[in-house]
Write a new protein. Structure first.
Ligand code: OAA
Ligand code: MG
Length: 388
C-alpha cells in the first residue's frame, strides 16, 4: 500500500463580502489530492483535502516541503502496524520532520490541508464514513446522528442596507437554522447597533443571534460594544480583540457577562492552551472555535481536545470555524457542540452533503465512505479536477 502521487491546486473562493478586517476579493484555497494504489469497489482511493476560508492557499509550502516529505517517506513510516491502512499520526510526524516548535504561522494550514486528505483516504479504505471511524477509534463507537449548525453571514457588502440584512437573516431561518451570525466592527458602534436591532426584529430573540468582530477591537472598544450589547442577551460575542491578546479577552470576560466565542485564528494546541490558561474564558458558557483545517489537522485537534479535557472543558464547548464537512465529521464522531455553516457563501467548500435539510438548527450526515465529499456534487467536481 502506498501513496503514488499528491496533487495540489489553488482554487478561488473569492466574493464581494467583507468582515471587520478583510474583504474576500482575492481569497483562494488549496485543494490537495492524495492518490493511492488502493482500489475499493473498482475505484482508486483518492483522499481529498482543502482548508477553510480566511487564509490564502499555502501552495509554496506544500510543494517545497510537505508534499515532497510525504512522497519520499518509507511505507513503514506512514502505514499502521498491520500495514492495512495509512496512519494519520505517523504521517503527521513525517510532515513535521525538521520543523522547529512555535512560530506556527501558516505552515499549520498546509499540514491541515494534507491531514484532511489523509483522513478521507483512511476512512475510504475502511469503507466507512469518517465520523464512524472517529467514533470507533476515540469514543467507543458512539456517533451523534445530527449536529447543531448555525448560519454565519451578515457580512458587510456594498449594496446591503438594513432591509437586505433582515431579508438575508430571514432566509437562514427559512432554511431551517435556529441561530444566525452577523459581522460587527466594520462600522461605527452606533451603526452596528442599528444593524443588530434590525436583525433582532426578525429573529425570535437575542439567543438566536451571534455577533463576530473578527478581532478588530482594542480593549476600550471591545468593552464599549460589550456594554452596549449586554442587554440583547446574544447567543455569543465572537473574537472581540486580536486572537493572541489573551489579556484583552480576560478583561472583557470580567466585564461582559454573556457567552463569548473565539479561537478560529489559533492554529496549534499550544496557542489554544494559552487561550485556556490566560484568556479568562468560562467553560460553563463560552465556545471555542479552533478549525482543524487551519491548525495542523485532526491529529493536532485530538491533542487540543485532550488539553481541553485536562482543563475542565468539554468537547461540547467546541463549535469550529469554517463550515466544512471535515469539522462536521469530527463534531458527530467526537461529540462536539456543533459546526459553523455559511449558506450560499464560500461554495463549493462550505456546506454539507447535497439534499441534507437543516431541521430546527440541526443537520444530518451522509452515509458515504470518507469525509463525504462524494455526496456534495459541486465540490467533488472541483476536487476530482485536481486529481486528474
Ligand atoms: O469572516 C470570516 O473571516 C469568517 C469568520 O470569522 C467566521 O466564520 O467566524
Ligand atoms: Mg469568526
Amino acid at each position: 500500500m502506498k501513496i503514488v502521487d499528491i496533487k495540489e491546486k489553488a482554487v478561488p473562493i473569492k466574493s464581494e463580502i467583507s468582515n471587520a478586517y478583510i474583504d474576500f476579493s482575492k481569497m483562494n484555497c488549496s485543494v490537495v489530492a492524495i492518490v493511492t494504489d488502493v482500489y475499493k469497489n473498482g475505484r482508486r482511493v483518492v483522499g481529498y483535502g482543502f482548508h477553510s476560508n480566511g487564509r490564502y492557499a499555502p501552495s509554496g509550502l506544500l510543494h517545497e516541503r510537505f508534499i515532497p516529505r510525504l512522497l519520499e517517506a518509507d511505507s513503514n513510516a506512514i502505514l499502521n502496524e498491520e500495514g492495512t491502512n495509512f496512519d494519520p499520526h505517523k504521517i503527521w510526524d513525517v510532515l513535521m520532520t525538521n520543523e522547529k516548535p512555535g512560530g506556527h504561522g501558516e505552515r499549520s494550514v498546509a499540514v491541515g490541508t494534507i491531514d484532511m486528505a489523509v483522513w478521507d483516504a483512511v476512512a475510504k479504505i475502511e469503507e466507512k464514513p469518517l465520523y464512524q471511524v472517529l467514533a470507533e477509534r476515540y469514543r467507543s463507537g458512539k456517533v451523534d446522528d445530527k449536529v447543531f449548525v448555525y448560519a454565519a453571514g451578515g457580512y458587510y457588502s456594498p449594496d446591503k442596507g438594513l432591509k437586505e440584512l433582515q431579508e438575508e437573516m430571514k432566509g437562514y431561518l427559512d432554511l431551517g437554522y435556529s441561530v444566525v451570525k452577523m459581522k460587527i466592527g466594520g462600522a461605527s458602534l452606533e451603526e452596528d447597533l442599528k444593524r443588530i436591532e434590525a436583525v433582532l426584529e426578525v429573529v425570535p430573540s437575542g439567543r438566536n443571534l451571534a455577533v463576530d468582530a473578527n478581532g478588530r477591537f482594542d480593549l476600550e472598544t471591545a468593552l464599549a460594544y460589550g456594554e452596549a450589547m449586554e442587554p440583547y442577551n446574544l447567543f455569543w460575542y465572537e473574537e472581540a480583540g486580536d486572537p493572541l491578546d489573551f489579556q484583552l479577552q480576560a478583561e472583557l470576560s470580567k466585564n461582559y457577562k454573556n457567552p463569548m466565542a473565539t479561537g478560529e485564528n489559533l492554529f496549534s494546541m499550544q496557542d489554544a492552551r494559552n487561550l485556556i490558561r490566560y484568556g479568562g474564558m468560562n467553560p460553563k458558557q463560552d465556545t471555542l472555535q479552533f478549525d482543524c483545517a487551519l491548525s495542523y489537522g485532526l491529529v493536532e485537534y485530538l491533542r487540543t481536545l485532550d488539553m481541553l479535557k485536562e482543563n475542565g472543558w468539554s468537547a461540547r464547548n467546541v463549535i469550529p470555524h469554517g463550515g466544512h464537512q471535515m469539522s462536521l465529521n469530527i463534531a458527530a464522531g467526537l461529540g462536539m457542540g456543533g459546526n459553523e455553516s455559511y449558506p450560499g457563501v464560500f461554495e463549493p467548500f462550505g456546506g454539507f452533503a447535497g439534499n441534507t435539510p437543516i431541521e430546527d438548527g440541526y443537520v444530518g450526515l451522509p452515509d458515504v465512505p470518507g469525509v463525504g465529499f462524494e455526496a456534495k456534487e459541486n465540490l467533488i467536481k472541483v476536487l476530482r479536477s485536481v486529481a486528474e
